[in-house]
Design a protein around this ligand. Sequence first.
Ligand code: AMP
Ligand code: ZN
Length: 135
Amino acid sequence: MCIFCKIIQGEIPSYKVYEDGKVLAILDISQATKGHTLVMPKMHYETIFDLNDEITAHLYQVVQKISKHYQTKIPNLKGLNLLNNNLPKAGQTVPHYHVHVIPRYEDDNLVDMQFTDNSQTVDFNNLLNVIKING
Ligand code: AMP
Ligand code: ZN
């Protein structure tokens, strides 16, 4: 069983922020910033590629609920990042789907993800031909 499944089963202790029948939110043990939270489905799905529509919709409703709650409850909150790593190449270390909710503060020392400008090397129209999907 994966470590988050063990937490969900109560075999490993955690600090529970929110729980319903399908979703659990806990404080991340690292506390990258104060209040750093993980929101996860209670069922074991590994990545975004494995989630179904129903759990995706519900999970992200919970993410939004927690985010808005933190905005009103956490003193000195200046911003908030949402992050989800899928597969090891993208930084996923626990193979049970989870969204990081990361409150931000004035001097929180969290290193921001830097986006390099590669626009000169990309053919946008060719790219769209490959990846565009119908709404
Ligand atoms: P990721 O690298 O996106 O897969 O994130 C995994 C996160 O799980 C890391 O931020 C860890 O700090 C966190 N983590 C690992 N074990 C535990 C645990 N027992 N309780 C709470 N958070 C944990
Ligand atoms: Zn699991």
